[in-house]
Design a protein around this ligand. Structure first.
Ligand code: ADP
Length: 736
């Protein structure tokens, strides 16, 4: 190889190296430019016919005869360098417009090398001596082929080289057919020439054989490629079909999203909303048009950002999905609670391209939860209040204790552990009869509430009383599931009641005794008194005026004293009889005892010229004899305690509720308010016997009678004006 040829190869290879690296572009252009200049100058020498002195400028060529210009590169080589260096300059610039001309020039240089190489292989002087390429050395040709191929490959993805390197079917076809088109004719040609030289056949046949073999081999390879293309086409169609099907899946998915009840929203990676389904429109009130292109921030109340921000942050950092509950602001301003599932949306290479949010409206659920919490709190408060006040225990259907509160433990003196699992028999005080307990169980096992008082025995043996309510709680099967017993300690009040009852019984007994005594005493006193009084009367009748004045006075006192004592004993007897010797209560008209009383008082009424008026009187239940005494005492007093005026007495009756108030009004002397209570006490009088006669028993008797009839008696009065004595009688007054 000539020195300049080798130098040009090095320059071109340097430029190619720069181009392949995509750096040092200017240096590459300079190198290619130098190669171009050297080759052009060499070619010029052939044209102008004399040497420019560049051929042996560096190295002296001793191998080439002088007649052939020693050291000068062949014209074909020079032309090839011009082509390849121009191509390199154009391609190094990287301008897309220059790619195709650059590749065409590189191809020209490649063909030059190929022609030279083919000539050598076929040993056909006609070929390798073809035009200027005649003198190209074999290694030079090979280097040009390599340089051309390398230059084309350095711009593999552009221009028409891209057609061959393409992944598409055309590229595949070209890559398979080009080697056949290049290599096959050379091999076939070489074999045919070799066969002819060996004398197997006439060289004239070469053309025919070449045509036949080329047709067959090309036909076969084209057929093979067609079959392969057909297969590829079938695959493509299958892919298309699958793609179409995938398109349907997309439509189905879209339909599912649109008809879902959950609000499904998708966002791009930067948080911009890209889709908004119908449920989201319904749930948040915004249309897809209003929301696509916006962010979710519009729906998030200001104070509720933090919770979900963490979840979203995690998703952005790579988590696949997350969940949170949050508040959302509806377009109308109202707030709703949502449960949101957030997921990353990944493409087929697993790269996150956005976020999807699937939200369910849980406002109702939240509200119910809150209500439930509120109810629970209320129940807890109630329970706390109950525990504060009452003794509470819960038992299972068999009566085994499953729960006791602190008060239960305190009053029973047992620890909770000692009580749980036991039944109430451990507190049994043996006070209640078997029937009592049977009735209790019969009530609660039927699902009815039992209420009553129970005496229990504490651990230390002392007794306590509890007012108990046992409430059975029924199961779905209609049988009691548990019993809740609420008790309150009534030990103290039971003790008080017991004491009171004992005292009352004692009092009743002694009252009875006293009444009995008063009755017997007054009854028995009557007899001797009657004798004293009778004798005194006789004494008065026989000896009055016959003895001295002193004796008359004594007799008078004796008679009067005996009479007074008789009246006293009679009144006392009446008084003591009220409780013990009363008649049967029966329905009577009050007018009847009034009439009897008036008859008894007829003399007095006449004497004093008293007027008695009366309202219509009611029918009541009562003891006629006692009511006569009552009326007689009150009317008698009304006349007795008269003033200057002629006595006027009025008996009135007014109904109030189911009771009658009967009043006896007079225009007598009246009573000071201080004595309103006192006058009803036995033997209490406001006047001396000289002023007004009497025993002081009348009003006390009236009080006993009214009380026996279940009523009250009282007085209203203005001194000097008159008094009103009133008493109540119940419509249905029964014996007390
Ligand atoms: P007695 O009439 O025997 O004195 P009572 O028990 O009937 O006893 O009355 C007690 C006292 O009440 C009377 O002494 C009298 O002072 C007073 N009193 C009773 N009725 C009247 C009346 N209608 N007007 C004024 N004072 C009365």
């Amino acid at each position: 190889m000539k020195f300049n040829t080798a130098l040009c190869f090095i320059l071109s290879a340097g430029a190619l190296f720069g181009m392949a690296l995509g750096r040092w572009k200017k240096a590459a252009i300079v190198l290619a430019g130098l190669g171009f200049a050297l080759a052009s100058a060499s070619l010029m020498q052939y044209w102008i016919g004399h040497s420019l002195g560049i051929d042996e400028f560096v190295v002296h060529d001793r191998h080439t005869p002088l007649a052939e210009d020693p050291g000068r590169m062949s014209p074909g080589t020079a032309l090839s360098f011009i082509l390849i260096d121009t191509a390199l300059i154009l391609l190094v610039t990287g301008k897309s417009k220059l790619v195709v001309p650059g590749q065409a020039l590189a191809m020209g240089s490649l063909f030059g090398g190929m022609i030279g190489l083919t000539g050598y292989i076929l040993a056909a002087s006609s070929l390798y001596k073809f035009f200027w390429f005649s003198s190209m050395a074999v290694h030079t040709s090979l280097l040009f082929v390599m340089l051309g191929v390398a230059t084309l490959l350095a711009s593999w993805d552009k221009g028409f080289v891209a057609t061959v390197t393409s992944k598409k079917m055309g590229g595949r076809l070209a890559r398979r057919l080009i080697p056949v088109a290049v290599v096959l004719p050379i091999i076939v040609g070489w074999l045919l020439l070799a066969g002819a030289r060996a004398g197997y056949y006439d060289p004239v046949m070469i053309v025919d054989l070449f045509a036949i073999i080329t047709i067959i081999t090309f036909g076969v390879s084209i057929w093979l490629q067609a079959a392969s293309l057909n297969r590829a086409h079938t695959d493509l169609m299958e892919q298309n079909r699958l793609l179409a099907k995938a398109g349907n899946t997309d439509a189905l998915l879209a339909a599912i999203v649109e008809s879902s009840d959950a609000a499904i929203v998708s966002e791009s990676a930067d948080g911009t909303i890209t889709s908004w389904n119908a449920a989201a429109e319904r749930m948040y009130g915004y249309t897809a048009q209003e929301m696509i292109g916006q962010t979710m921030a519009r729906l998030i109340p200001h104070d509720a950002f933090a919770d979900e921000a963490d979840v979203i942050q995690n998703i952005r950092r790579g988590a696949r999905n997350g969940h949170f509950e949050a508040k959302r602001q509806h377009k109308d301003g109202s707030l709703l609670d949502v449960s949101v599932m957030v997921s990353s949306v990944l493409d087929d290479r697993g790269k996150r391209i956005g976020i999807s949010r699937i939200a369910r409206n849980i406002s109702e659920q939240k509200r119910m939860e809150e209500d439930l919490q509120e109810s629970l709190r209320e129940i807890q408060n109630l329970k706390a209040a109950l525990d504060e006040h009452a003794i509470v225990a819960i038992t299972d259907p068999k009566g085994k204790i499953t729960y006791v509160n602190d008060k239960f433990c305190a009053i029973s003196q047992y620890a909770r552990e000692e009580l749980i699992g036991q039944d109430h028999r451990m507190l049994n005080s043996a006070f209640h009869s078997k029937d009592f307990m049977r009735e209790l169980w019969a009530t609660i096992t039927q699902g009815k509430i039992w209420h009553g008082k129970i005496r229990n025995r504490a651990k230390d043996g002392h007794f306590y009383w509890v007012d108990t309510t046992i409430v059975p709680f029924m199961g779905a099967d209609g049988r009691p599931q548990k019993y809740v017993a609420v008790r309150s300690d009534i030990t103290e009040s039971m003790q008080v009641a017991e004491t009171l009852a004992r005292q009352a019984a004692r009092l009743a007994r002694s009252n009875k005794d006293l009444e009995q005594f008063a009755y017997i005493a007054s009854h028995d006193l009557q007899e001797p008194l009657r004798a004293v009084s009778g004798c005194a009367q006789l004494l008065k009748k026989r000896y009055e005026g016959k003895l001295d004045a002193k004796a008359d006075e004594f007799i008078h006192h004796t008679v009067e004293g005996a009479e007074r004592m008789q009246r006293l004993i009679r009144d006392l007897l009446a008084f003591s009889r009220v409780g013990t010797r009363g008649e049967e209560m029966q329905k009577i008209n009050l007018e009847q005892p009034l009439k009897t009383a008036m008859e008894n008082l007829a003399v007095l009424i006449k004497e004093c010229d008293a007027t008695i008026t009366c309202d219509p009187l009611p029918e009541i239940h009562g003891d006629s004899g006692q009511l006569t005494m009552l009326m007689q005492n009150l009317i008698g007093n009304a006349i007795k305690f008269r003033g200057e005026r002629r006595p006027e007495v009025h008996i009135g009756a007014v109904k109030e509720g189911d009771a009658w108030t009967v009043s006896v009004r007079d225009n007598g002397i009246g009573i000071e308010a201080d004595y309103f209570e006192r006058i009803f006490i036995i033997f209490q009088r406001l006047h001396t016997r000289d002023e007004y006669s009497g025993t002081g028993i009348g009003l006390a008797l009236c009080k006993r009678i009214v009380e026996r009839h279940g009523g009250n008696i009282w007085v209203e009065s203005t001194p000097g004006q008159g008094s009103v004595f009133s008493f109540t009688l119940r419509d249905d007054a029964q014996s007390s």
